[in-house]
Design a protein around this ligand. Structure first.
Ligand code: GLN
Length: 449
């Protein structure tokens, strides 16, 4: 509009039409020429992709939706970007997110909200609302996201698209601007489970540049997504991730989904994960603790748009002015919270206790996976909400993450799949599998589609 405010969906912070068209033309020329080079093309060559703007790209700016990185150009490509460029997927541009991936609605972006294509008055979820909205609005068939506590899965659920958080370590984090390194995971988003699986196969695999990268490739994901056979599969419904606090319409769709799974041959069992009720509290201590450390480098010297106080200043004053001007309120809130939780005298009570809860959540998963093959829950306790509805109350926003956070704490794979529509709004269901069993997760997700 005339006031410079974003109009339309505003999924992208940067559009790279030239690069995308050049790659598409290159693939077209190879296909037309035929022969060995055409044969060797990756099956996804020529399929356009959008990249979340906290994944670094040469030739295109990376901002993490922060004023801190306005105009910054990375000198190198993230490993996932190297892979998609090598496979010749045209990169359409960089998508909007909550600043440094902290949030659940894109309302914390320094560059304006992304709108939900299903209803422009509502949020697309977050932090990866731009990637999900781009897929949902048919701007891009594929997208990359990052998921620290649900930022691929929640936007998937809110926009009627598929989003997966792979097993921790299955996809390289090299070149992902770190939020909370022990929880962060790059993952795929698409319109179908099969496309999502195919994209994970492309971006996954061991990377010597990421010390937490798994040694092995997870294979057979696409095949699993297309098998559509659930005979003999035991699906566990998590008692703690339903009922009170879940919107009535979400609960209703979830019951229908269980019926569909039963009809496809799955056996539905109720399981209990008693420590999941503490997972949210543990996440909102561990995550900010890691955030406070990871974001220390944005000081105007190592990284970040330098701000010098009027008339100059000491290095401390420059760093302080840089961080005061460059970071938004939510990022500052989390840095302060994390610094507090890690400080001497409080460390054991906060960070230490949270790490113990993390172990208990991992043990809950291990016990559950002795009884069942996969776990299922609503992808979000609620439908996409209206802009402004939750922004004044961060804790209410945090509560939306109750369904997605356990998977990050345990490093297990999780996927959100569209599973119904209520009053013109999409609802999603989530499946989780044991670590490295991503194929099993895609198998059950593909059968529900
Ligand atoms: N909503 C969560 C948070 O604000 C998820 C963030 C993420 O996965 N990047 O921390």
């Amino acid at each position: 509009g005339d006031d410079g405010a974003p109009t339309g969906v505003h999924a992208f912070l940067h559009v790279s039409a030239d690069e995308a068209l050049a790659t598409a033309a290159e693939v077209d020329a190879i296909r037309t020429a035929g022969g060995a080079e055409a044969e060797a093309l990756h099956p996804l060559a020529g399929v356009p992709i959008a990249v979340k703007d906290n994944i670094v790209t040469t030739g295109q700016p990376t901002t993490a939706a922060s004023k801190m990185l306005e105009g910054w150009m990375s000198p190198y490509d993230a490993t996932v970007v190297e892979k998609i460029r090598a496979a010749k997927l045209p990169i359409l541009g960089k998508t909007n997110l909550d600043e440094f991936a902290m949030g659940g609605s894109t309302e914390y972006s320094a560059y304006g909200n992304t709108r939900n294509p299903w209803d422009p008055e509502r949020v697309p979820g977050g932090s990866g609302g731009g990637s999900a909205a781009a897929v949902s609005a048919y701007m891009a068939p594929l997208a990359l996201g990052s998921d620290t506590g649900g930022s691929i899965r929640e936007p998937g659920a809110y926009t009627g698209t598929v989003g997966a958080k792979p097993t921790y370590g299955a996809v390289s984090r090299y070149g992902l601007i770190a939020m909370a390194s022990s929880l962060d995971q790059i993952g795929p988003a698409a319109r179908t489970v099969a496309d999502t699986a195919a994209l994970q196969e492309l971006i996954g695999g061991h990377d010597p540049k990421d010390s937490t990268s798994l040694p092995q490739d997870l294979t057979g994901l696409l095949e699993a997504a297309e098998s559509r056979d659930l005979t003999g599969l035991r699906v566990g419904v998590i008692a703690e991730l339903q009922g009170e606090g879940y919107q009535e319409s979400v609960q209703r769709i979830f019951k229908d989904n269980l019926d569909t799974l039963r009809a496809a041959g799955a056996e539905i069992v109720e399981v209990s994960c008693p420590h999941f009720r503490y997972a949210l509290g543990a996440y909102y201590l561990i995550m900010p603790s890691e955030v406070s450390s990871n974001l220390a480098k944005f000081d105007g010297v190592r990284y970040g748009q330098r701000v010098v106080p009027e008339g100059g200043g000491t290095i401390e004053q420059v760093m302080s002015a840089t961080r005061a001007a460059g970071f938004g309120d939510e990022v500052k809130r989390r840095i302060i919270l994390g610094t507090y939780a890690l400080s001497a005298g409080y460390y054991d009570a906060y960070y230490g206790s949270a790490q113990k809860v993390r172990t208990l959540v991992q043990q809950d998963f291990a016990a559950a996976f002795e009884q069942v093959d996969v776990l299922v829950s609503p992808a979000s306790p609620r439908l996409p909400f209206r802009f402004g509805e939750q922004i004044d109350d961060p804790v209410t926003l945090y509560l939306n993450d109750v369904t997605t956070i356990p998977a990050n704490l345990a490093g297990v794979p999780g996927i959100a799949v569209p599973s119904g529509v209520v009053d013109g709004l999409p609802v999603g269901v989530q499946f989780m599998a044991p670590a490295t069993e991503d194929a099993r997760m895609y198998r059950v997700a593909g059968a529900l589609e």
